[in-house]
Design a protein around this ligand. Structure first.
Ligand code: ATP
Length: 250
């Protein structure tokens, strides 16, 4: 990390400066949209209020997410411009640890950006990236926003959607998919409709789901199902809100 950004890792705002730097680079490379900059700012504000740490309830949700991905028949990790800029290698590692597919899924879809993200993920070790076919549809959304791959998100049973917009998160849920959402705002519609809301920074959440997936890899389906069944999404959202209200920003 350090060689990319001329700020020492000991700087109290290192992570936030590093994140901005990555998003800015993402925009320059044509990976991240300008709206992605605004989404980043909103996320940062919530991360500040959470104390820029993974709270206990988020760690639990990350373990549950790992169990869901391991149990799934067709798990898919959805990648947008911010996720591609922030955690490309970490997404590839999570896909390997859970047997999930990676699909590029953009709110503002353009062929140029789809291809730039596809290339960027491949540079970080991804072999089979979905999303370019766009031959499936999410019902209830307008044409461009509805596009997914029929054999990717279209037929997935479990989907990880970091930083998804609220409309699409709702529409995916209505398709009967188990949705795992990573979003720093516990009040966002995406977090509210998720089967597993993870209120954490994608920078911390994605590698931590991988750590849990590796730890759970040899567990029986019965053990994984017990982990999934014991999870209460409303309690997780409440715990995050509580942490924000009573938290200790650094
Ligand atoms: P809603 O879900 O309420 O419709 P929205 O679609 O308006 O929200 P956006 O403006 O697209 O949401 O913002 C993206 C969301 O991603 C915000 O809720 C923000 O908190 C969250 N976010 C931004 N950066 C990160 C990050 N690094 N990690 C996790 N979440 C983030």
């Amino acid at each position: 990390m350090a060689e990319e950004l001329d700020v020492p890792e000991s700087h109290p705002r290192y992570e936030s400066l590093f994140t901005r730097h990555r998003i800015e680079e993402g925009v320059e490379k044509g990976i991240t949209s300008k709206q992605g900059l605004i989404a980043e700012g909103r996320g940062e504000a919530f991360d500040y209020l959470l104390g820029e740490r993974t709270i206990e309830s988020a760690d639990e949700a990350e373990r549950v997410a790992a169990a869901h991905l391991l149990l799934a028949d067709n798990p898919v990790l959805s990648v947008n411009g911010n996720v591609a800029a922030l955690v490309p290698g970490e997404i590839v590692e999570l896909a390997a640890a859970t047997g999930a597919d990676i699909e590029v899924n953009l709110f503002n879809r353009t062929d140029e950006r789809m291809e730039a993200i596809d290339d960027h993920l491949r540079e970080h070790g991804a072999r089979n990236v979905k999303g370019l076919a766009g031959d499936g549809r999410i019902p209830g959304l307008d044409h461009e926003r509805a596009k997914v791959d029929a054999d990717g998100i279209g037929s997935a049973d479990v989907v990880l959607v970091p930083l998804e917009d609220g409309d699409r998160a709702e529409a995916l849920g209505e398709m009967g998919k188990t949705e795992i959402v990573i979003d720093l705002n516990p009040l966002s519609r995406s977090a509210q409709v998720a089967a597993v809301p993870i209120v954490d920074n994608v920078l911390r959440a994605v590698p931590n789901i991988t750590v849990h997936a590796r730890e759970l890899a040899d567990e029986s389906d019965a053990t994984l199902e017990a982990i999934v069944d014991g999870f209460d999404p409303d309690a997780a959202l409440q715990a995050a809100e509580q942490a924000i209200r009573s938290g200790s920003p650094q």
